[in-house]
Design a protein around this ligand. Structure first.
Ligand SMILES: NC(=O)c1ccc[n+]([C@@H]2O[C@H](COP(=O)([O-])OP(=O)(O)OC[C@H]3O[C@@H](n4cnc5c(N)ncnc54)[C@H](OP(=O)(O)O)[C@@H]3O)[C@@H](O)[C@H]2O)c1
Length: 284
């Protein structure tokens, strides 16, 4: 398949975890991009989104902006749907207006988490939280309003910014013992791997919906143990059940995604989560 040259990229949500890694990799590849985030661009405002996009005329828009505070979404439903659903729709409408491609990022929370085998792209969605419902509607809007889209569903993301790995390292500094949830299973995914997958696909015409997580699976407890093992931190970690950590939004028990569609087109370059974690921790 022929690759299509991308000349001008608009990166929305450029200051978030994924946005910062995308900036790094786009620079390394000498790809031109315009970074945008709040307050310069608020994706919930259709008029400003259309104005910005028709002025910049990008070939490609990457949307890594979202309201990602899962508990916050539960308590602020309107904001969740504005940012995660309407924001995605506004970008899709504007992208379509100028014929641009659209990369959008979604989540494992669109599934109910009751499964026991890795979710494939065509499995039924059934979000259990406001965050998951708003992200699912965002996906649907992107598919309805943009004709050249890539949607990447990812999970358990860590990179530049607040994330589980950094929280564990900070807590280990302050405590001799930690309780970590052992009954939620997923695939920790490095923003390095995800940004690489996005950049790898965006110049092609392999449009569509993709699961995009690191290979392998573990519980948060296993994840924490591995972080401390790699960093040679001697700390007692106790496996506990989710009931001990009551949150406003219930977390999915099982959120392992199968990168099935990436595998079918021979583009699944995600590493095992432990390998990506080692690389990340070398720099922490
Ligand atoms: N983090 C995870 O574990 C995870 C898991 C699965 C999927 N995802 C998805 O992956 C994508 C990237 O996540 P991330 O962890 O990089 O998120 P993040 O660090 O929270 O970054 C999101 C960025 O979007 C910005 N933003 C929020 N509302 C906006 C608005 N109305 N207009 C413009 N920008 C806005 C945020 O700005 P402020 O900080 O100022 O609000 C922030 O810079 C998201 O689509 C998320 O749903 C994340």
């Amino acid at each position: 398949m022929e690759e299509i040259e991308i000349y001008n990229i608009l990166l929305v949500g450029s200051e978030g975890q994924l946005g910062l890694e995308l900036q790094k990799q786009l620079k390394n590849k000498s790809l031109e991009y315009v970074p945008l985030d709040l307050p310069e661009l608020d994706i919930t405002k259709l008029d400003s989104v259309i104005e910005k996009i028709t002025n910049e005329k990008p070939d490609l828009i990457i949307n890594s902006a979202a309201f990602t505070d899962v508990d916050g979404c539960e308590n602020n439903k309107d904001k969740a749907f504005k940012v995660n659903a309407l924001g995605a729709k506004n970008l899709a409408v504007a992208a379509e207006k100028i014929g641009a491609k659209l990369v959008h990022v979604s989540t494992d929370y669109i599934f109910n988490g009751f499964g026991a085998e890795p979710y494939k792209e065509y499995y039924n969605t059934d979000p259990q939280t406001v965050y998951g419902q708003s992200k699912l509607l965002g996906e649907e809007y992107v598919q309805q309003f943009s004709s050249k889209f890539f949607i990447f569903r990812t999970a358990w993301l860590y990179g530049e910014g607040n994330n589980f790995v950094r929280t564990m390292l900070r807590l280990a500094d302050e405590n001799d013992e930690l309780n970590v949830v052992n009954d939620q299973i997923g695939s920790p995914t490095s923003t390095v791997d995800l940004a690489r997958a996005i950049i790898n696909l965006m110049e092609t015409e392999h449009y569509g919906l993709y699961h995009a997580t690191c290979e392998g699976k573990c519980s948060w407890y296993d994840f924490a143990k591995k972080i401390f093992e790699i960093k040679n931190i001697d700390i007692k970690v106790n496996p506990v059940n989710s009931d001990e950590f009551k949150r406003d939004a219930e977390r999915p028990k099982y959120s392992v995604l199968d990168n099935y569609m990436l595998k079918l087109i021979d583009k699944n370059n995600f590493r095992h989560w432990e390998e990506s974690l080692k690389e990340y921790l070398e720099m922490e």
